[in-house]
Design a protein around this ligand. Structure first.
Ligand code: ZN
Length: 538
């Protein structure tokens, strides 16, 4: 038997390429060598170690989700999903039902602003509803939480806390906590009190979650807030199995970080396992529109969202410069127009990272005059299409739109404008704040409404993407932003693919989430999918 010229040849009726139609891909040493038609593929297969024929399937470049929260999300979604609760009466009913079914802590998540915007949810409400129980309920956007007196006590919080960011334990005039807390530092502080399963159990739970993400077509997920346990969980997960996708994680640089802390975050960049690595640093420049913690040029209708999370935004500039000059890529959460403008001005004057691009996350309301600034600064726009239709409504009757007013709400999630201006636009999930399934997210990007909600009007329909544009955002643009030599099926690129059943471009958007993923290939090896069991040629 002669040595094989190729490790594998992959066949499918549809191969997504930048150029002409193709049905075959030859791979050697984890890189694509040839792309061509079936007849050429059969010739290459004669000297290949393996052949995989996917029939009428579509082979696309591997999909990359550059914004997700697997560990934090895995923990939170163990609780009750309060996403369908519409008012405080329904919330009380859901909590009582949960109290009936279990003992001890009651943990909930996904509480919408329509429930809490004008309601007084806190220790008194929980005492009246589920007396004696420790209760921890997170808002849908993770930027706020509500606790009972028992939960506050378990967290050791009995009054205001001094944070380095503008996070807050809300307190009454007498100094006692109301039970509401706002922004990441405050939410993280109280969440530590919520009991967790043993470490090994969590590592297995993480592997299961990653398998579900891979089975939806993802070949990489990027966790954008490093949890204190995350590296240990990934290490344990890899000791019991292979991660079914690549996993990147960025620690957060908090406001007020000391020089030692900045150095520690740079040193963390060396941490890696087989398929996971610490990569980049995350910043929060503001909070959210719904909670009145975004940073807007002029206040919202409640007179809120007037400042950055950074008490001194110049310290953000210094921190970004510190990481950029050491080659570290940065991702900045910037939702309000003032935050976006400040992030752009900062990123335009710092060094480019060693690989990939600096990026701005979310970009919820984008003034027309800032659209061109992204491409000029070489900054990627990282957006999450599902956010435009989770709580927003086409008629702008929702809390987000009401707070901003029509002019700013009309500039919601302007991904098409950014694309047309030559911006590198990547789309992702922000799971568990939105779904992680890229098929669903691509469909939402196409429709600007929820999948299956045919009566729901489109939210700013002029910002719709085509399926090809959305797929490009998940592949070519995501790879470029992440500094990965893939995302395009062309000779010389890394061999990472997602294989979809049938013609990916045939189904209507509402049917796209039903398209089965047959498997994924990561650097020429199996990511997900039993169908990829080796088929030796000879
Ligand atoms: Zn996020």
């Amino acid at each position: 038997m002669s040595a094989s010229a190729f490790d594998a040849v992959y066949f499918a009726d549809h191969v997504v390429t930048a150029g002409s139609a193709a049905q075959a891909i030859a791979v050697r040493d984890a890189r694509i060598v040839h792309v061509g038609d079936r007849a050429e593929g059969e010739q290459w297969a004669q000297t290949a170690a393996h052949r995989y024929d996917f029939g009428d399937a579509t082979i696309a470049p591997g999909l990359l989700d550059l914004h997700s929260h697997p560990v934090i999300g895995m923990r939170t979604t163990r609780g009750i999903d309060l996403g369908t609760v519409d008012d405080i009466v329904e919330l009380a009913a859901a909590l009582r039902a949960a109290a009936h079914e279990s003992e001890g802590w009651i943990v909930g998540w996904n509480l919408g602003p329509r429930v809490y915007a004008d309601a007084d949810i806190g220790v008194d409400f929980f005492r009246a509803t589920v007396p004696g129980r420790p209760v921890f309920v997170k808002t849908f956007d993770y930027h706020g939480a509500f606790l009972s007196a028992e939960a506050l006590e378990a967290a050791g919080v009995d009054g205001a806390v001094e944070f380095s960011s503008n996070a807050e334990i809300a307190c009454r005039a007498d100094g006692r906590p109301t039970g509401a807390v706002w922004e990441m530092e405050a939410v993280a502080l109280v969440e530590k009190a919520v009991p967790q399963p043993p470490h090994e159990e969590q590592a297995r739970e993480l592997l299961d979650l990653l398998a579900r993400m891979a089975s939806a077509g993802l070949t990489l997920t990027h966790s954008l807030i490093l949890d204190p346990d995350e590296i240990a969980l990934l290490t344990t997960a890899e000791s019991v199995g292979t991660l079914p996708l690549r996993y990147r994680v960025s620690p957060v640089c908090e406001p007020g970080a000391s020089p030692d802390e900045l150095t520690r975050l740079v040193d963390l960049q060396a941490r890696r396992g087989e398929r996971w690595s610490v990569d980049g640093v995350k910043f929060f420049l503001d909070g959210t529109v719904d909670n009145g913690t975004a940073w807007l040029r002029s206040p919202d209708s409640h007179g809120e969202s007037t400042h950055s999370i950074w008490q001194n935004p110049e310290e953000y500039v210094e921190a970004v410069r510190f990481f950029a000059s050491r080659g570290v890529a940065t991702a900045t959460h910037a939702i309000g127009d003032a935050a976006i403008e400040f992030a752009l001005a900062t990123l335009a004057q710092v060094d480019a990272p060693a690989r990939g691009r600096h990026r701005i996350e979310h970009i919820e309301t984008l003034p027309v005059e800032l659209v061109d600034c992204f491409a000029r600064a070489g900054v990627a726009a990282s957006m999450q299409p599902a956010h435009c239709c989770m709580s927003l409504r086409a008629d702008q009757s929702d809390n987000w739109s009401q707070r901003l007013g029509a002019a700013r709400a009309d500039r919601a999630f302007a991904m098409k404008d950014l694309l047309d201006a030559g911006t590198t636009v990547v789309i992702g999930s922000d799971w568990p704040i939105g779904p992680f399934d890229p098929r669903e997210i691509i469909a939402i990007a196409e429709m600007r409404r929820r999948v299956g909600a045919v009566d729901m009007g489109a939210v700013v329909p002029s910002q719709r993407l085509t399926r090809a544009e959305a797929l490009t955002a998940y592949t070519v643009s995501a790879a470029e932003t992440a500094g990965l030599d893939e995302g395009v099926i062309a000779p010389g690129r890394r061999a990472s693919f997602t294989v979809f059943e049938g013609d990916l471009f045939a189904p209507a958007p509402d049917d796209l989430p039903d398209v089965r993923v047959r498997g994924t290939i990561i650097d020429g090896a199996v990511g997900y999918g039993a169908v990829l069991a080796s088929e030796p040629v000879s």
